[in-house]
Design a binder for this molecule. Structure first.
Ligand SMILES: [Zn+2]
Length: 405
């Protein structure tokens, strides 16, 4: 009986050809991958053998610093502002006693302790909170040398930090609104101090404080826009003031704060003290520019409510910060009347966290004197300045409180 070859009988012979072929492919792949794996192992885990040291690519301090230049290795996307300016150079500090070095770029830093010899791994600490395992820099002929793995890790860490900074909420503008002006003097008081009347006019007091505050804030924040709704004795309607504030264009991650400055009046001359107002949480505003969003009306309403909530929270925190600073700067002798909520027009219609500060009572002798003498005005300005600075730094460091997505 003949067994004619069937397709089935040929299978083993074709497999016999296939197996060595597959083996060859896998083996050549293995050969291709192996040097990379071992190179990685040497770079990240240990490289104590002599051949590994020879293979180690290193940079000098100058080369490392230039690799860390923001415009060289780090991205700076248009419209976003990293903590380091484009072109800003990295700095290096060396502590010979601790044998530790620190690179800094903008607000960020990377700290390490040098190794005794090439190939040792250890920690690179970023901004005091993030740890990377790297091949450590070491001394060679009296100078520090930096392994490629170390430089690339540090560069990557800085790049990510700046990208995080850029997407973080920041205060782009501060609007100072001196109340009243021109034909509208605001409150006028003539209380007597030592039998002499002190003429205290709200529009002048708040303009003086606002101008001084504007100078201080502009100096403190060269990268922010500090604006005044009026810088002289002119009358602007409330609508015009709000329009000035709302005309400031913002990037997606930017916010404006609005500080309206006023002085109080009441018939009872004994009433005195400062107070800070913020927007009533019950009031619903149209805080979003609808043309920017394609969402349905329902979603816009929900977003508005959320943004409203956020602005309210931020307004309250700003109010607290200013009130606390007034207390610290003016001391116990001037009473704090606390934080109040009201639907002030300026505050209500501003598309931003906003507060209204009542510096004191023009009707009260001590308050009037404080608000009309240079020393008193300086103290009031200083209090507002410190309160705003504190708010801005907390806001920007925390990523915009509730604003972070
Ligand atoms: Zn007023």
């Amino acid at each position: 009986m003949t067994n004619p070859p069937s397709p089935a009988t040929h299978r083993p012979s074709s497999q016999r050809f296939l197996f060595p072929f597959l083996f060859l492919i896998l083996y050549s792949l293995f050969l291709l991958i192996t040097p990379k794996l071992s190179a990685q192992t040497q770079n990240t885990v240990s490289a104590t053998s002599a051949p590994a040291q020879q293979a180690l690519k290193t940079f000098t301090l100058d080369e490392t610093l230039s690799a860390l230049r923001l415009d060289a290795g780090l991205r700076s996307d248009a419209g976003l502002r990293p903590a380091a300016k484009s072109g800003e150079t990295a700095n290096f500090r060396w502590d010979p006693f601790l044998q530790s070095g620190a690179f800094s770029l903008g607000d960020h830093n990377g700290v390490f302790t040098a190794a005794a010899a090439a190939g040792e791994t250890g920690f690179l600490l970023l901004d005091g909170r993030e740890v990377f395992t790297v091949l450590l820099p070491y001394r060679q002929g009296g100078a520090l040398v930096f392994p490629e793995n170390f430089v690339k890790t540090l560069q990557g860490a800085f790049t990510r930090s700046f990208e995080d900074d850029a997407s973080r909420f920041r205060i782009a503008a501060i609007i100072i609104d001196p109340g009243h002006g021109g034909k509208d003097p605001g409150a006028i008081g003539n209380p007597e101090v030592n039998s002499k009347p002190v003429r205290a006019v709200e529009k002048d007091i708040v303009l003086n404080v606002s101008k001084a505050l504007n100078t201080q804030l502009s100096r403190a924040f060269p990268d922010k826009r500090v604006l005044m709704t009026r810088d002289r004795d002119v009358f602007y309607s409330l609508e015009e003031r709000v329009a000035i504030a709302n005309s400031v264009s913002l990037n997606e991650n930017e916010a404006i704060i609005y500080i309206s400055i006023h002085a109080n009046y009441v018939f009872n001359q004994n009433v005195r003290g400062y107070e800070v107002w913020y927007l009533s949480p019950n009031y619903r505003r149209n805080v979003l520019d609808r043309s920017r969003y394609n969402d349905s009306a329902d979603i816009i309403a929900i977003r508005n409510a959320m943004l409203e909530e956020e602005f309210t929270t931020e307004s309250v925190i700003l109010a607290q910060s200013i009130l606390r600073s007034l207390g610290q700067t003016l001391g116990n002798t001037v009473p704090s009347r606390g934080i109040k909520a009201e639907e002030w027009f300026v505050v209500r219609n501003s598309h931003m966290p906003a507060v209204l500060v009542e510096l004191g009572f023009v009707s009260n002798p001590q308050d009037a004197q404080m608000m009309t003498t240079e020393g008193g005005l300086q103290k009031l300005t200083e209090a507002l300045y410190k309160g705003i600075i504190e708010f801005v730094s907390v806001f920007e460091r925390s990523g915009g409180f509730t604003a972070a997505p």
